[in-house]
Structure formats: C-alpha cells, structure tokens
Design a binder for this molecule. Structure first.
Ligand code: FAD
Ligand code: SF4
Ligand code: SF4
Ligand code: SF4
Ligand code: SF4
Length: 412
C-alpha cells in the first residue's frame, strides 16, 4: 500500500512502454492504467510530431494509443494548462489525467482558482523539470555549437548537466552551463524557474536520485497527495507498475540536485532582473522594448492568467483600436492584471511575434510583489491579493476618503 509522502522508484511492467519511455515508463504506465481501468475518461499529454523539435499536445481516449506519449521532449515549450480550458471544456464534463511540468501545474492552479478549470476532475502526474529549450534555439545550437545538421538528430536528452544529441552515426554532449553562457541552452524563464519538483501535483516523477542498476530504468516518485497514493496503490496491486523504496542515498542526491538548481536559478534571476535596472531606468527599458509591439495578442491568448471574455486591452477608451504599436496602456493593463499571479511559464515571450521579453518584465514584477504581499502563485488554491478586495466596498472607501491606496504597503 502506497501512502502520501512515500519516496519510491517505479517502472512499468509493460516492455513496449518501457522501451519507448524516458526512464522506465512509470508515467506512461500509470496513464495507461488509469484509462484502462476507467479511472479517467482521457489522457492529455504530449507526443513527438514531425521531429524532436515538434511537441504536439494530444488527448487520448484509447489506452492503446497512450504509448505514443512516452518520452520527454525537452524542446517542448508548450503549456498544457490553458488548453484544458480552451479545448477540453475546462475539465467540467470529463476526468482527465495529465503529465505536468511545474509550469503546467501552476497554470492549472491559477486557472482553477479563477473557476476556469475544474481540478476535481484532473489527476496531475508531475514531471520534474530542469528546463526546456526553444525549438528555434535548439536548431541553431545544434548547427552552430554541435556542428550537426539539426534535421538528422533523432533524440535529445539533458543528463548530468549536459545537452546530449543522438544522430545517425554518433552522439555528442555539451555542458549546459557552457551553452548558456554563450546564449544557447534553456529558455530564459526556465533558467529562472524554481519549480523543479512539482510537489503540488498528485505525484512528482523524475530521474534525479535514481542510482545503481535502476539508473535510467526507473523513475523516482514522490507521492504528493492521497489521490496520487491511491492511483499508485491500485496500479501496483494490478501489476501494471512495480516499485521499490528509494534508497537514502538516492533521496539525498535528489535533494542536493534540486538545491543546486535553486542556486542556479537565483543566479539567473540576479542577472536577468539586474539587467533591467530599477525605477525609471526599468520603466524606460520596458517602454522601449514594448514599443515594437504589433498587438498580435499572442501574449494574452496564451497566458494562463488571462481568461477574460471582454479583455480591457480591447476597450476603445483604454487602447485606441487599429493603432500599432499600441500605446503603453496596452502593456500596463497586462502588468496590473497579471503581475501578481504570473507563473513565469514564458509563453508570452516564446510566442511574441516581436521577440519582446514579456515574461522577464512580468516575472520581475511578480517577484517584487511576492516580496511585498507574500502571495506565491501556482502552488495552491490561495487567491491573489487583489481578489480579496471587494469592489463595492473599495468604491465606498474611495468616495469617503478620497484615497485610492488599496494597501498601505508602508504599514509595519
Ligand atoms: P515517460 O513514461 O516517458 O512519460 C513521459 C511523459 O511526459 C509523457 O506522458 C509525455 O506526454 C510527457 N511529456 C513529454 N514532454 C513533455 C513536455 N515538454 N511537456 C509536458 N509533458 C511532456 N526529471 C528530472 O529528474 N530532472 C530534470 O531536470 C528533468 N527535466 C525534464 C524536462 C522536461 C522538459 C521534461 C518533459 C521532463 C523532465 N524530467 C526531469 C522528467 C523525466 O525526463 C521523465 O519524464 C520522468 O523521469 C518520468 O519518466 P518516465 O519514463 O516515467 O516517463
Ligand atoms: Fe520547466 Fe519551469 Fe521551464 Fe516550465 S518554466 S518548462 S517547469 S523549467
Ligand atoms: Fe506566463 Fe507570461 Fe502569463 Fe507570466 S505573463 S503567466 S510568463 S504567459
Ligand atoms: Fe483579462 Fe486583463 Fe488579461 Fe485582458 S489583459 S484577458 S482584461 S487579465
Ligand atoms: Fe505585442 Fe508581443 Fe503581445 Fe503580440 S505577443 S501583443 S507583439 S507584446
């Protein structure tokens, strides 16, 4: 019997899945088991499309098709959370199991607290995440740094701090630190990300801490909820998944690796946020960068915090219709509405038609706001600070006092 808090090694007993999977196939094995036993109506995951740079989101209802999801796509920079709202009816009418990276999970929480996703119907199988590489950067990096044609690469992995590629006739690895110092490597938001082990999912699965003869053949699973414990218990009792307790040494190595990743993320935060300067200098920088905006709306469309049917950026009295670049108000609206809850998923930057570092600006603001108000987005159902303010009461107070200061940030 598996219990919340357990630390295990797990792997699938299905040989075909094990062969296709990244580290023993516990994740795919569990997803398949849940579908077979009708514990969920569908599995929403990611599969390889045209090549390793093409991560495609798929919704699978036939257990035989789950095998296609096996394997980790490190150039898969998509965010699954908002797709549940957009295309899967907010998980209101079906039970869905999903593999989730930290940002996928955080996006689900932020949407759930805005009543845009029904988390009661979602099983989150978390996957640890050291970071993902933009497909454009990956191709460039493989061509320029590895000296290999990106089109002949059939496998990539990130292992022991190296980005490793396999291609017809060979394989090569280069240290991620070296690549990143030269402007390649993980996306900038991933470098700053500190949600490496998604413990707020039902299970947190990854390869860190898997040692000895199980290295590469099993996944380290931390059981994070009763729901997760229950599913893993059923899957082991039915013989779909095999487990063993994680050894102390493995637990220690996993913790050390996570801590090293935190330190690295702090270093990148310091560097990235430092590059923005502060006060007026920061404002000028943001105004100058966003002046390239062509109002394609990709940042809003893909942000898990933006869900409004009537977006304020489309109100003619706030932002002039048909004006490109839009006035700075367009971006101010996003900053004021989103910054407290930004999960640093990077979508608004990755998909920006003009390569504006939107996620950097928003993340820098979020970190400042978290320091001020203590609100940490994406990790539970706690509401953002502004959601706790009742508008009619605030209007009354404003009328009575003439003060529009909602929070006294200087109060001790
Ligand atoms: P599998 O059975 O192969 O299942 C993998 C599942 O991941 C599939 O359901 C698939 O749909 C899903 N998936 C693949 N790519 C993506 C993606 N881009 N976004 C969302 N879901 C995806 N573990 C660590 O311990 N340290 C790390 O630094 C680390 N980095 C990772 C980075 C990425 C981008 C990903 C996707 C995973 C990472 N992992 C990391 C987790 C690890 O690679 C394995 O996924 C995990 O050990 C489970 O192995 P498995 O054999 O059970 O998974
Ligand atoms: Fe992984 Fe974090 Fe990047 Fe998401 S933002 S892909 S969880 S490193
Ligand atoms: Fe993600 Fe950008 Fe929205 Fe932040 S503002 S949650 S980085 S899309
Ligand atoms: Fe809603 Fe503001 Fe986002 Fe528009 S910018 S969708 S109004 S949160
Ligand atoms: Fe402007 Fe970029 Fe947002 Fe498009 S994605 S509206 S170009 S900031």
């Amino acid at each position: 019997m598996v219990a919340k808090g357990d630390m295990l090694y797990a792997w699938t007993k299905d040989q075909e899945l094990a062969k296709r999977a990244e580290c023993g196939g516990a994740v795919t094995g569990l997803l398949k088991f849940m579908l077979e036993k009708n514990l969920v109506d569908g599995v929403f995951g990611v599969k390889k499309g045209q090549d390793i740079y093409d991560a495609v989101p798929v919704f699978v209802t036939d257990p035989k098709e789950v095998k296609e999801l096996a394997g980790s796509l490190h150039c898969g920079t998509l965010l699954l959370s908002k797709l549940v709202k957009k295309y899967l009816d907010e998980a209101n009418n079906m039970r869905i199991a999903m593999p989730v990276k930290g940002c996928d999970m955080m996006g689900l929480y932020e949407l759930a607290k805005r009543k845009q996703v029904n988390l009661d119907n979602v099983v989150m199988i978390g996957v640890n995440c050291g970071g993902s590489v933009s497909p454009v950067t990956a191709r460039k990096m493989i061509q320029e740094k590895f000296g290999v044609d990106p089109d002949i690469v059939h496998k990539e992995e990130i292992d022991k701090g190296q980005f490793i590629i396999e291609y017809e006739g060979g394989h090569k690895g280069i240290s991620m630190d070296e690549l990143e110092e030269q402007g390649y490597g993980r996306r900038a938001n991933c470098r700053r990300c500190k949600l490496k082990i998604p413990r707020q999912a039902d299970l947190a699965c990854g390869n860190w801490g898997v040692i000895g003869d199980k290295a590469g053949k099993a996944t380290f699973v931390e059981v994070c909820s009763e729901k997760g414990a229950n599913i893993l218990t059923q899957a082991t009792e039915a013989g779909a998944i095999e487990t063993m307790p994680a050894p102390e040494k493995g637990i220690e190595i996993r913790k050390k690796t996570e801590n090293a990743m935190f330190k690295l993320a702090d270093k990148w935060r310091q560097k990235d946020f430092g590059s923005l300067g502060s006060g007026n200098q920061r404002l000028s920088k943001i105004m100058s960068e966003t002046s390239r905006c062509i109002k394609c709306y990709a940042c809003i469309e893909n942000c898990p915090i933006c869900y409004c049917v009537e977006c304020s950026t489309k109100k003619p009295y706030l932002v002039n219709p048909g004006e490109v670049p839009p006035s700075f108000m367009f971006h101010l609206i996003r900053f004021t509405h989103v910054a407290d809850s930004c999960i640093n998923c990077g979508q608004c930057q990755e998909l920006c038609a003009m390569d504006i570092p939107n996620a950097l600006f928003m993340h820098a603001l979020q970190v400042d706001l978290e320091e001020m108000f203590g609100y940490k987005p994406g990790v539970d159902m706690t509401l953002p600070v502004l959601a706790l303010v009742e508008e009619p009461k605030e209007r009354e107070r404003l009328a009575a006092t003439g003060s529009d200061q909602i929070f006294d940030i200087f109060k001790k």
